[in-house]
Design a protein around this ligand. Structure first.
Ligand code: PGA
Length: 255
């Protein structure tokens, strides 16, 4: 299978931005701008915006995702949200393992794996984030780091379930810094990740998998990044907070 046959997916990661009224306004502005999108469009919104976003995206081609979920079905986990709670409210996807969660909230490869398992068990799709620190890139161990993160995260995930996993390569040094990986760097690591999927699941699953790049992707650099053979989409932070900017990236990914 070649790139043209894989689903292109552009996902906006709003992080901790937008109140409910702001979310509604942004989605109302975005809806008409992406109604003819030739790619899949996902918005990953704060928990408090989920209900508003699901309602605002009804009947559109925008799918709503959360930014995290807990691994337990319920229980004494103050401040957490379970995958079942998300699924029941019409949420279809969740990000798991974003570097900000790894960096600031103690997320480990083990907890990433548990969260993915819970999300899949509740019927959610997962955008799994992996990526190296600047020091790891400089030490020449990028391939090892992202391979290990991917293998650890996908333990116990079946080949069939891989249809509900999007892999997002997000070099930590490129997130929110304005410092994008070059198209060549992004393409190279996304290719390494496809190789890892091939090792784990065989060539058919690897070739069908959607692999995104994330890290300061914007309207100006999206086309070049998305032209790479192994880059099938983007996970966009800052540039997803303004409808025209996000729509321009969606346009660049449309086939
Ligand atoms: P950025 O964030 O586009 O603002 O760099 C990307 C992400 O963290 O998903």
């Amino acid at each position: 299978m070649n790139k043209a046959l894989r689903p292109a997916v552009i996902a906006g990661n709003w992080k901790m931005n937008k109140t409910r009224s702001e979310a509604k306004a942004l989605l109302e502005e975005l809806r008409p701008l992406c109604k003819d999108a030739g790619c899949q469009v996902i918005v990953c919104v704060p928990f408090t915006d989920l209900e508003t976003a699901v309602a605002a995206c009804q009947g559109s081609n925008i799918t709503v995702a959360a930014q995290n979920c807990h691994w337990a079905a319920s229980g004494a986990f103050t401040g957490e949200i379970s995958a079942g709670m998300l699924a029941e409210m019409g949420v279809r996807w969740t990000i798991v393992g974003h570097s900000e969660r790894r960096q600031y909230f103690g997320e480990t490869d083990e907890t990433v794996n548990k969260r993915i398992r819970a999300a899949l068990d509740q019927g959610l799709g997962v955008i799994l984030c992996v990526g190296e620190l600047l020091s790891q890139r400089e030490a020449g161990i990028t391939a090892e780091v992202v391979s290990l993160q991917t293998k650890a995260a996908l333990q116990g995930v079946s080949a069939q379930e891989m249809g509900r996993i999007i892999l997002a390569y997000e070099p930590v040094w490129a997130i929110g810094t304005g410092k994008t990986a070059t198209a060549q760097q992004a393409g190279e690591v996304c290719g390494i990740l496809r190789g890892v999927l091939e090792q784990l699941y065989g060539s058919q699953v690897a070739q069908a998998a959607t692999i995104q790049y994330g890290g300061s992707m914007n309207a100006g650099n999206a086309a070049e990044l998305l032209a790479q053979e192994d880059v099938d989409g983007g996970l966009i932070g800052g540039a997803s907070l303004k409808a025209p900017d996000f729509a321009a990236i969606i346009q660049a990914a449309s086939r």
